[in-house]
Design a protein around this ligand. Structure first.
Ligand SMILES: NC(=O)c1ccc[n+]([C@@H]2O[C@H](COP(=O)([O-])OP(=O)(O)OC[C@H]3O[C@@H](n4cnc5c(N)ncnc54)[C@H](O)[C@@H]3O)[C@@H](O)[C@H]2O)c1
Length: 356
């Protein structure tokens, strides 16, 4: 059984601590935690019976840790993950895999040299909702996919996140923050993307924080906050994706897939559940499809648990580096296309992960 240490005890750490010691506690063993703010690590360690470490290096080199869950902020993903693989341990990064493609390439090269695995969030595509969609597609319920849409538009996170600045700095923005959920779901459903185009812009140069911790403080916006992309899937479908922190309200669905024989409505890819709807060409209404039974609730940690079991069973893991890197390549490609005014031909390749 793989023993896991967690790096980064911030906003999202609670659900991982809970699930890895709870619902997945018989499949992986949580042993250690670290945070640059040591008191955070010490508190989590005391609450969950873990060993606190002063640094990622120290934790990764510990004999009690086989793999590290890297839930530091995106700008720290590369250096943290590199330290882990250099210590000869497996690493699973929260999204995005890294902020820069070249960092991800170096990380994966080092991991290959060291003979360790890299995995990447999100793992929501393994939940009951999107796995039900996958089964419907694979069973031919909507025929051959011809197109898809994905929409994540919100007013931005500065009214709720306790430290929202990173969302507006290099590696942040709505595409790099939320795009991984939508793109991972779409690649899981439709396969790899071969070329992309897009337009991206900064709508307002400063944002005002309205959370209770930093109320009234300003953030200088350094990355696009409204991004629209077009995706050519190798299967022939044409996808569109819009991610925005500049929209107060809208009425568009999360993801829809349009096939030769009907339409599939995919649930929020930032959740594990439904609802899933299908309307085939002869139907007069949408039908709500019962979900597959596994993982309908918040099961964050499922991806690293699958990875841990895959390591022990010597099989591929589903939330793979290949998938996370393909998604990173697509996200950068949309920004590159906007900056250059040309299509970006996606260089990375990716197979659909096995259905769960
Ligand atoms: N907040 C969410 O709702 C949410 C949801 C899903 C995924 N995520 C992802 O989870 C990751 C963390 O997000 P968050 O919201 O918890 O961020 P956060 O800023 O709340 O917490 C990050 C923690 O990492 C620590 N840290 C920073 N550098 C470190 C280092 N080098 N070594 C050890 N610890 C370090 C910080 O001190 C902090 O405690 C990000 O990749 C984000 O994209 C967040």
């Amino acid at each position: 059984m793989q023993r896991i240490g967690i790096a980064g005890i911030g906003n999202i750490s609670g659900i991982y601590l809970e699930n890895l010691s709870g619902m997945f506690g018989k499949r992986v063993k949580l042993t250690a935690v670290t945070d640059v703010l040591l008191d955070r690590a010490e508190k989590a360690a005391a609450n969950y019976g873990l060993k606190p470490f002063e640094s990622v290096e120290e934790m990764a080199n510990s004999a009690d840790v086989d793999m590290v869950l890297n839930i530091t902020p995106p700008r720290n993903h590369f250096e943290t993950a590199l330290a882990v693989v250099k210590a000869g341990k497996h690493v699973y990064n929260e999204k995005p895999l890294c902020t820069k493609r070249e960092d991800a390439v170096e990380l994966l090269k080092t991991a290959a040299e060291k003979g360790v695995r890299v995995g990447g969030a999100p793992d929501t595509f393994l939940g009951a909702g999107i796995q039900t969609c996958r089964k419907l597609l694979d069973d031919g319920w909507i025929g051959t996919p011809v197109a898809s849409t994905a929409v994540m538009m919100s007013r931005g996170p500065e009214h709720w996140h306790p430290s929202p600045e990173f969302f507006y700095k290099d590696g942040g923005g709505p595409m790099f923050d939320m795009g991984p959920y939508y793109l991972t779901a779409m690649v899981n459903l439709l396969g790899a993307v071969s070329k992309v185009s897009g337009s991206a812009k900064i709508s307002t140069p400063t944002r005002t924080i309205t959370n209770k911790h930093q109320y009234g403080e300003k953030i200088n916006v350094e990355v696009p906050t409204h991004i629209a992309g077009v995706l050519d899937f190798t299967c022939g479908a044409v996808g569109t994706i819009v991610t925005s922190f500049d929209v107060y309200s809208h009425t568009l669905p999360f993801i829809e897939i349009y096939g030769t024989e009907g339409t599939l409505r995919v649930p929020d890819p930032n959740t594990f559940g439904g609802p899933v709807f299908v309307r085939r060409f002869h139907d007069e209404e949408w039908y709500k499809i019962p979900l597959l039974k596994s993982y309908p609730d918040n099961s964050r940690g499922l991806g690293i648990t699958d990875m841990a079991e895959a390591i022990d069973a010597n099989r591929p893991h589903r939330a793979s580096a290949e998938l996370a890197f393909h998604v990173l390549d697509i996200m950068h490609g949309i920004h590159d296309a906007s900056a250059s005014g040309r299509y970006y031909k996606v260089k990375s390749k990716c197979k659909r992960p096995a259905a769960l």
